[in-house]
Design a protein around this ligand. Structure first.
Ligand SMILES: [Mg+2]
Length: 222
């Protein structure tokens, strides 16, 4: 029997609503570094990432034989990274400062596609940095989740993710959401697929914070 998508964290209806504006943030490569610690872990397995296209599968090869690691080998290494994330995944540069400013004007929600079984570890890691905003870890489409959120937050909504397909999935479901692309690591920048219409790329959180503040100002007054 096939199981349905799994989620961990509060349901959309239970998330406290304090402001009209909402900021929905992916976690890996937006809040926590992923590519850099993943590459370091690959090194422990004698493998290396060769960012020749915008994907991991096929681009990770054994240093000694040159053979590409299989999808299931990469999945296992990803699970280990999530299992050990408290020691392996540092905050993205500038994110704490940006969220402390943005949290003054918008509700903040973390929306991660990380395996929901590691919810507790990620919650503890973020809380330890003072980032105690609610988090949903889910296998559902981010578009479906943001569509539900948009029924409760009627003011400006901004969605931030490093993966263009996630930005596109949200655009498809909720036309009025502002989309920002932010990817902490630079190795994939030359291979970034096209962004959906209206999406803007931020090189870092300093730039990202200013983009979001501008959007919130414009949309709150329209
Ligand atoms: Mg991500």
């Amino acid at each position: 029997m096939k199981r349905g998508p799994v989620s961990a964290g509060p349901s959309v209806a239970d998330i406290p609503k304090r402001r009209d504006a909402l900021l929905v943030l992916d976690v890996d490569e937006v809040i926590l570094e992923f590519i850099e610690p993943f590459s370091r872990l690959l090194g422990e397995y004698g493998a290396k990432l060769h960012p020749e296209s915008f994907r991991l599968t096929g681009n990770v090869r054994s240093i000694s034989t040159g053979t590409a690691l299989s999808g299931s080998e990469l999945d296992r290494i990803t699970e280990q990274l999530y299992q050990e994330q408290e020691h392996r995944q540092p905050l993205v540069s500038g994110v704490a400062e940006a969220l402390s400013r943005l949290g003054e004007v918008a509700d903040i929600l973390f929306l991660t596609a990380m395996t929901p079984a590691y919810y507790g570890k990620r919650r503890a890691l973020l809380d330890g940095h003072g980032l105690d905003h609610p988090m949903i870890a889910t296998e559902r489409s981010k578009g479906a989740v943001v569509a539900q959120l948009a029924e409760r937050w009627l003011g400006p909504i901004v969605f931030v993710d490093d993966l263009p397909p996630n930005l596109a999935a949200v655009r498809q479901r909720v036309d009025r959401v502002r989309l920002m692309h932010l990817m902490a690591n630079e190795v994939f920048r030359d291979h970034l697929p096209p962004l959906p219409s209206g999406a803007v790329s931020a090189a870092n959180w300093h730039e990202g914070q200013n983009i979001v503040l501008d959007w919130l100002r414009i949309d709150a007054s329209s």
